[in-house]
Write a protein that binds this ligand. Structure first.
Ligand code: 5RP
Length: 218
């Protein structure tokens, strides 16, 4: 089984968590793209979706799935999204696709966060994957210096502008052994919009595709 087939298997499994007549929170990335394609097969059973990126909105609309503005939605039962790393405590690094801020907003609204991954994403401790930080453009150098003080090696993600018009710093070699504390410290820096640590609001359910099977952990 290829990595992409494992992503697809996890994504298809997530359909079992969708209730009829609901609006579904949809994340961003290659694993979520499989989910969106699978969701198209049951689109007559749902009201529509809330999306965490322009890329996912485009794919949803391409399948004829209505995309709602989050501000017009009171209740979101589930949010389905991938991750760059996930631990056994269901804390994550996200933002490899630069959609971290909108992902964090939709995840905050959803009652249940369902993370869909292939088994390469499971790690004992977060931090091998560089931590994405979304930054207001004029604060880029200042925030980079502050991230060095926190122990990281920030690298400007050249040529990337987020859906919110901001830039991304990818922070290497950061000690993330206390992820909730580091999430707070980075978010407290002036000029940071948010960072890709999903420690305070981790996933509630983890669906992992592996060569042997698809496992569900709640
Ligand atoms: C995008 C994300 C994605 O969920 C994360 O990068 C995983 O992507 P993929 O499913 O392509 O491996 O956080 O900002």
């Amino acid at each position: 089984m290829t990595q992409d087939e494992m992503k697809k298997a996890a994504a298809v499994k997530a359909l079992e968590f969708i209730q009829d007549g609901t609006i579904v929170g949809v994340g961003t990335g290659s694993t979520v793209n499989h989910f969106i394609d699978a969701l198209a097969g049951i689109k007559g059973r749902i009201r529509g979706a809330v999306s965490s990126s322009e890329e996912s909105s485009k794919r949803l609309k391409g399948h004829g799935i209505e995309v709602f503005d989050l501000n017009s939605v009171d209740v979101l039962d589930v949010y389905i999204d991938g991750a760059d790393e996930v631990t056994e405590h269901l804390q994550m690094i996200k933002g490899g696709g630069a959609a971290l801020t909108r992902e964090k907003i939709v995840a905050a609204v959803a009652k249940t966060f369902i993370c869909i991954v292939d088994d390469s994403k499971q790690v004992p401790v977060l931090g091998q994957f560089p931590l994405p930080v979304e930054v207001i453009p004029m604060a880029r150098s200042y925030v980079a210096r502050e991230l060095v003080k926190l122990g990281g090696d920030p690298v400007y993600r050249q040529g990337v502008v987020t859906d919110n018009g901001n830039v991304i710093l990818d922070v290497h070699n950061m000690d993330l052994s206390a992820p909730s504390e580091m999430e707070d410290k980075i978010n407290a820096l002036v000029g940071v919009v948010t960072n890709g640590l999903f420690a305070h609001r981790g996933a509630d359910i983890l669906i992992t595709g592996s060569p042997q099977r698809v496992s569900v952990r709640e």
